[in-house]
Design a protein around this ligand. Sequence first.
Ligand code: ADP
Ligand code: MG
Ligand code: MG
Length: 239
Amino acid sequence: MLILSNVWYCTFQREILKGINMEFLPGTKYVILGTNGAGKSTVGYVIMGLEGYKPSEGRIFLDGRDITDLSVTERAKLGITLMWQEPARFDGINVETYLTLGGRLNVSKSEVCDALEFVGLDPALYLKRLVDKTLSGGERKRVELASLLLLKPRYAILDEPDSGIDLMSLDMINNVINYIAQYGGTPIVITHREEMAYNTDYGYLICAGLILKTGRTEEVISAFRGTCEVCKHPNLPVN
Ligand code: ADP
Ligand code: MG
Ligand code: MG
């Protein structure tokens, strides 16, 4: 179980997260829902332990162990992953090398091909493609989703997984999310679109760095509909 206990995050004297409490259980699908600028990605970065995203107050626990001071690499080894809203590019590395971590991941060629097919990429066309600017944002996102299928992380934070991918692919993304939950992993979907939340079980509504609602996804979505005018506070920068 992953727990955020009273997590604050401040930067340049500004409070971005204001006492976040969250719990994530194995095999359960979660959504973190909120409008732009609410602090959703920041929650993901704090869980992942990215450089510069140490909580100014509060702790993060994984199976009872305090991981607040662990590096991103150490957290990755414990099975936490983050799929970025804008996936990174890797010049000179092809899709196959990327997906197998340069051969270090113990997966067969056919597993790699299956993962690519699962996310709608033809292995014959994509295995040797470079993970650089020649792939579209949507294609890179699909490669990232394929990498989740192969890595089988315990906790997979998916930051706006549908951005840059056409609407027709929502089923494919949900299939990846379901796959993670089926092997006992925990998908954590970050989104500002309620359609992206439908496939999750439980969630958190976040607004201006505060949790406005914790509960089953239906309850979180109805709270989101009811409070979105509050969330669209004019002083919040849109990003
Ligand atoms: P969301 O993902 O919900 O759109 P973010 O977590 O990206 O929101 O951002 C929340 C707020 O915090 C925004 O107003 C953003 O500009 C601000 N913010 C996030 N990270 C930083 C940072 N490192 N420095 C300054 N402001 C930041
Ligand atoms: Mg945003
Ligand atoms: Mg974001």
